[in-house]
Design a protein around this ligand. Structure first.
Ligand SMILES: [Zn+2]
Length: 163
């Protein structure tokens, strides 16, 4: 199964865009289009009151789920797109940025799409081996994984010696 999974977080968003349920609903529809999918449920758009005022929107499409939360006092918006058909990350990002009148510099993008490791390289500098292991969230090759693990067990042994 293909996995396309992207999380975007924008800060310093224009306030009106974070509160307006109608425009957020329109945005969710636009996003479904950007993910080449049709909405089968929703968008459900709810204004949250209480400690974290903002809007939460959810849509289920025939190949994805789209979830958005806005946080008005913090002026933040968070979007999660998960799809099992191909998604153009750039298209999703552009739609998100233009809706929230956001500057790309203020945005954080986490792309989990390649977290199946087959396609990614070890994150250690100058290492081009395939990342097949996960060391506390760091994608590394087997050799670097072993190096980290050995280092940790040595650190543990020496702390026992000090007891
Ligand atoms: Zn490596």
């Amino acid at each position: 199964m293909q996995q396309h999974h992207v999380i975007l977080c924008a800060t310093r968003c224009a306030l009106d865009t974070l509160r307006d349920k109608d425009s957020i609903e329109a945005f969710m529809r636009k996003l479904a289009y950007a993910t080449h999918s049709q909405i089968v449920h929703g968008p459900t758009v709810v204004a949250r009151k209480g400690s974290f005022p903002g809007v939460t929107a959810v849509a289920i499409t025939h190949s994805a789920h789209l979830v958005m939360h806005t946080f008005v006092p913090e002026r933040e918006a968070l979007l999660e797109v998960y799809s099992y058909i191909s998604v153009e990350t750039a298209e999703v990002r552009d739609a998100f940025l233009s809706h929230f009148k956001e500057d790309v510099a203020n945005m954080k993008l986490v792309d989990f799409t390649k977290w199946r490791y087959e396609d990614i390289e070890c994150e250690e500098p100058n290492c081009t081996r395939r990342a097949s292991r996960d060391w506390h969230g760091r994608k590394v090759c087997q050799d670097h994984y072993d190096t980290y693990r050995d280092g940790e067990s040595r650190a543990r042994e020496s702390s026992f010696e000090n007891d």
